[in-house]
Design a protein around this ligand. Sequence first.
Ligand code: ZN
Length: 287
Amino acid sequence: MDCYWINQTDATFPELRRVAGRVALIPLGSIESHGPHLPLGCDPIKTDNLVRHILRREPVAVLPTIPYTFVAAARALAGAVHIRSELLIDFVENICDELHRNGFDKIILLQGHGGNTALHTMFCNRMHEREKPYIVYSLSAQADQWSKMIEMTESKECGHACEWETSMAMLACPGLVRMDLLGDRTFPARKEPDTRPALTAADWIGKYPDMAVGKPQLASREKGEKFLEMVVTAVVDCIRRIKKDKETAKVLKEYVRRAHSVHEDFEGLGKVGPGRGTKKKKRKSGR
Ligand SMILES: [Zn+2]
């Protein structure tokens, strides 16, 4: 079945919800510099290609890709469209609430832009603090395959608009990859500032002021095909596990119950383990 949300009618929509197992997926990209040779929309374009391959193996309700996200690091270069983190988080939360209102209780954020820290930990934390009646799964479009993919590259350095990403773009948008504009320019990391282990906002932009990494000239379609297959397999496996996942809902429900009854647990202080928090009923009935 066609699993794209916006291609449904109100008559076909319930079937999509059923086929997708009430799991929706929001792809996220970015609009930012990807070196002199890759398009500004490299992330949403690559993510759309990934989603097309995922849908050949596993149905999930796919929302339109959100291209505008958090790209603060790229604003020193032409073409970036940055969305302030608080606005972005509000916007995506609003979309998730609407998906839940439409009967979806598991929502996957497919993060096609590595710099979207606002939507990784901060967003999941907000869902947690607001005790949402649905679950958000934040999944990198690299699906934990990064270290394996790096072993397959020839460049010493990878990370952005690099050998790896250029190979992926050669599959997703071959007509937009401009190796002629790259020439023999390479992008070794700068060493300063180095304040490790402390993090600062200057870490990434200090290392890679051109938003490109390593030696993209080593990219090829063949490498892109291998990387894509690894990622598609890993993402599909993750979606299948998310569909079966019952434990996360249990854990969150139990957390909310305990968080709201913690004051009634004071009498249980000193006792350790799951016994605490179960006294509520007894105490009430004893009064
Ligand atoms: Zn990118």
